[in-house]
Design a protein around this ligand. Sequence first.
Ligand SMILES: [Zn+2]
Length: 97
Amino acid sequence: MSQIPLFGSRRRVREVIPHHCHVNGCQVPVPPKLLMCRRHWKLVPRRLQRAVWVHFNPAQCGPDVEARPLPTKKWHEAADAALRYVEKIEAPPPAPG
Ligand SMILES: [Zn+2]
């Protein structure tokens, strides 16, 4: 009785967690530490950008998902404020129908 290997490829797959811009509908891939793509980030006022960075903990985007600390409430507030700001500027046209 011979065993047929189910997995032919021995290539190691490094787990890459896809991460993209958090702005609604934006699919631009960005490094996990960045909240938004360059284009959107540039729309965010300086004080909101600063708030996001001040409360950002690089460990919250660490490679080990299990070991990641959750982002702080303050970071969420800052990130939300920045995202809302961009989404207000880029409000999508009303859906047809
Ligand atoms: Zn974007």
